[in-house]
Design a protein around this ligand. Sequence first.
Ligand code: NI
Length: 182
Amino acid sequence: MILEIVQYGHPVLRERCKPVTQVDDALRQLAADMLETMYDANGVGLAAPQIGQAIRLAVVDVSHDPDCISFLKVAGRDAPLASIMPLVFINPELEFTGPKERDAEGCLSIRDVRAEVSRPVSLRAILPQLDGSTLEIETDGLLARAIQHETDHLNGVLFIDRVSPAAKIALKRKLRRLMAED
Ligand code: NI
């Protein structure tokens, strides 16, 4: 089922989401619906607060571009990107391992806004899975960026919070207009 994506200005996007403590059929269905919603909107990631649920659950799929990362290790071993896509995770823990790099980002909850965001290029992520297992990955590129963007959502942080002060001024009018629409 395609869910409605909450838009900028809605308070749920600013909540610090609660850890997922129990995985049941309803949660599995929610994750499946989030993937469907993300694909329908041509996004590469979606976090639960974006569909109005303040819980630490997110989905990512960057498999449209196998060259969007330069490496991927799963549990310390080289692995193909497709082997972990689509990615569904709860309660992520991130550790940054590289210098920061700027790249353009957008967000399904902030229509028509793109901006350069500076983030660590690589990371190690502990990503608990719905089946009770834990996925431990090291990667970079768009996958590292998407995991950071979605994990930010779980903490009530939006990519526009991380743009440079000059870029923020440039975005101000557009954001105020989006806020007024909702
Ligand atoms: Ni987003």
